[in-house]
Design a binder for this molecule. Sequence first.
Ligand code: TEU
Length: 568
Amino acid sequence: MTETWWKKAVVYQIYPRSFADSDGDGMGDLRGIIDHLDHLAELGVDVLWLSPIYPSPQDDNGYDISDYQNIEPLFGSLEIFDELLTGVHQRGMKLIMDLVVNHSSDEHEWFLESRAAKDSPKRDWYWWRAARDGMAPGTPGAEPTNWGSVFGGPAWEFDEKTGEYYLHLFSRKQPDLNWENPEVRQAVYTMMRWWLDRGVDGFRMDVINMISKVVPLPDGRLSAGSAYADGSAGFVGGPRLHEYLQEMYREVFEGREGLLTVGEMPGVTVDEAKLHTDPDRHEIDMVFQFDHVWADRGPDPWLLQKLQLTNLKAILGRWQAGLAEVGWNSLYWNNHDQPRIVSRYGDDSPEHRVASAKMLGTVLHLHRGTPYVYQGEELGMTNYPFGGIADFRDIEALGQYKQALELEGRTPEEVLTVLRARGRDNARTPMQWDTTAQAGFSTGTPWLAVNPNYPQINAADQRQDPDSVFHYYRQLIALRHREPVIAEGDFTMLLPNDERLYAFTRRLGDTELLVIGNFTGESVQAEIEDAASWSGAELLLTNLPGASSSALTLAPWQAVIYKRSYPH
Ligand code: TEU
């Protein structure tokens, strides 16, 4: 196995609480994952990434961890985890854990100790600060900086007991760990080694580009209409981030083989990503960046914007070019924080759902980088028909809704329009396994409602149907395993100014691929340079009948992959 085995690999993300419930409590669990491992093996994915399964008060569905070295009882036990790991390895797959160490839960022993007294030996394990100079502690505006938290409200919580504030970039139950303190770093590395020794194959590192803060913590920029400032300049890609990641590599990963490390890095630049993933620098294997899922986001967070295809191409093209020689990227449309891609950049109407889901899969998987499939994406699962705010469970949706209405003068309908389209709960509705009650997810009442479209969209039907999204994803994954040009080849964007077609070529040695995806519901002629030279090329894969290399006319939402030898 070479150390870049992951260039040919496809990762599948499981959100355990929504994947499969084996005991009828309405919450997915590890036994449920074990029961469905054959679905994943049949799909052909190489690596499973589990969203957090550690003990947690579940304030942010497990991204608030109260014990890093155990399993949440709702999900199972360490024994069941070992059984799962064995089952994964027996099927030739790997398993990576979610590593959430920018913050812990406020119920973690470390924080309880830190909070107990100003002179606690763990006081400095978190970010404690006094009120702003000249202001009474605990009064509005007295927070140490003007930063807002991602989930609404200020990024600081006042603690009566010691009269100081602690920093939480996310919920108040997710205090930020202080990475400046070497004891914190060592405690994290010890825990990571413990999991690797147990047999896990690596980590997906939650908001890992936020662990280094600018000291002293600076105020952020306040934009018109928002209650709190954007503090990101004080903690995104901070001054010691490279140093910490290199130290982590030495302390945890050096000398171990066959692992995968992926750093989730909202707001990372291409240049920084290149440094993080340059193999000679020994930081991480690949980044998980956000630019292409922010492509339909405008300056006003509560105004829904439509995707401009040229913008998406400019963004992904920039990432392809920037990491062409050195570095590596993850490729994803979906995760547990994003709305369903077929409802977002595709068309989830009965007429076009299947074709557009397959087209989006084709375009993504044929880029250079490691593709991620989020549970249900392989079925073309869609957004949920949310009504009012009572339908949402996500702490982000609820917190942002409250802030927008109470402090920023927004109307419920304005905010709901965006939450319905973009809210994270869209990704978190239960996996649709079959046509039985609750889509076969649970015999009880699911913690979040099942999408009512499960009789039409479910795994059991799709496994039987050779034309399903499931079998198409299976082919895409197999194609990456078979064709070195997909993993290793270079990338050239075509038609950058076309608002309807996404087209590019890939080349490695004497093999060249042409990939075109039609992002519209009309048929479109591809006006690429030298189009005629592709006539006679081999059709590797398409999602609809009637593709012809001599015409290059794409039916609504059609995708094609052609292959020829180079030079031709
Ligand atoms: O997400 C980080 C992150 O950037 C999110 O704030 C994301 O941009 C936003 O929610 C999109 O709406 C990670 C996890 O993936 C997320 O589930 C956690 O809530 C968050 O970190 C805190 O751990």
